[in-house]
Write a protein that binds this ligand. Structure first.
Ligand code: AHR
Length: 319
């Protein structure tokens, strides 16, 4: 039986739901796609978490298209699921479908990315502080280069997505006031290895074969891994001739760090589903309203953090 009022009627919710506590929940998950190792891990972990908790998970892969996510959400609503997890590909354009879910009394939990929509249209959001991630990456570079002059190229995530917007902002904030650091080129690599490599090749060509470039900031590790390949093919040494800082902490970036070909990454946990299911469970059982934003940690890793050991720990986690 579905939660009959997820906005405000806590007591009624608690009473109604205590009787149905033993009934298996059906939860729809609208996933963006599989653009990165990080995303693959999030998908695997969500399935595992659902299985461990006896949740019937309905999974929909949107293949990077918002229209597919909107269709999936409408289909979840039509099926009468108990809750919906949404990893929104872009930030805008969600109001109507979120209103439909609300009118159907189905709580929606956002995973890893934010939306530009009224906060009452979703129950909670689980994710990192994406601006902070960018700041951590930027601060690492500021400290690393000291007073030296440094031209930076930036590989942005998917245009219009909240991580692309916020990671750019945070990095910009960290380097602001350091006139020796300058972003000379910035373009989307769509969070993929292929596009990261392709765009890095064009940066290298445009910047004297890479001689003008001191550092790469990539909004995710997969683009950095693609770019590392491009830098090697251009006859330069990634991690030395061009410093590499990125975000996610996927196993492959630790392999690259162990080989001296990447310098730093900011970790984003792929376990968004655990806190999301906990929040939904508490809400369903006794009407506990979760915090509007459940924040995960953002840890910086560098070559000093025994990257091969971290790789060994992470390699079988579903990335
Ligand atoms: O929203 C999180 C971002 O999306 C990850 O950093 C990236 O790898 C992914 O595809």
């Amino acid at each position: 039986m579905r939660n009959k009022s997820w906005i405000g009627l806590g007591v009624l919710v608690a009473t109604t739901l205590s009787a149905s506590a033993a009934i298996a929940q059906t939860i729809g998950f609208s996933q963006i796609g599989s653009e990165s190792g990080w995303r693959a891990a999030e998908t695997t972990i969500t399935h595992n978490q659902a299985e461990q908790r006896g949740i019937n998970l309905k999974f929909a892969d949107a293949q990077q298209k918002q229209e597919n996510q909107i269709k999936a959400i409408r289909s979840f609503i039509a099926q009468g699921v108990d809750a919906i997890l949404l990893a929104p590909v872009v930030a805008t354009g969600w109001d109507s479908v979120l209103k439909e879910a609300k009118e159907s009394e189905i709580p929606v939990v956002l995973l890893d990315r934010m939306v530009d929509a009224p906060k009452d249209l979703y129950l909670t959001a689980v994710g990192s502080n994406l601006v902070h991630e960018g700041r951590v990456a930027g601060q690492w570079l500021v400290d690393k280069v000291g007073g030296k002059s440094c031209n930076i190229v930036e590989l942005q995530g998917t245009t219009g997505s909240s991580p692309a917007i916020d990671r750019k902002k945070g990095f910009g904030e960290a380097i602001a006031g350091h006139d020796n650091l300058k972003i000379i080129r910035s373009q989307t690599g769509d969070f993929t290895r292929t596009k990261g490599k392709e765009v890095m090749e064009s940066f290298l060509k445009a910047e004297n074969g890479g001689a003008n470039i001191c550092a790469l900031y990539a909004h995710n590790d997969d683009m950095a891994v693609g770019a590392i390949q491009a830098i090697k093919e251009a006859g330069l040494k990634p991690g030395k001739d061009i410093l590499i800082v990125s975000i996610d902490a996927v196993p492959d970036i630790f392999k690259a760090m162990a080989a001296g070909e990447a310098n730093a990454t900011v970790e984003l946990t792929p376990n968004m589903a655990g806190p999301a299911f906990d929040a939904l469970d508490a809400y369903r059982k006794n009407g506990t309203m979760p915090a509007k934003f459940i924040q995960t940690e953002s840890k910086l890793y560098t070559q000093d953090d025994d990257p091969m050991a971290v790789y060994e720990v992470k390699k079988d986690l579903g990335y």
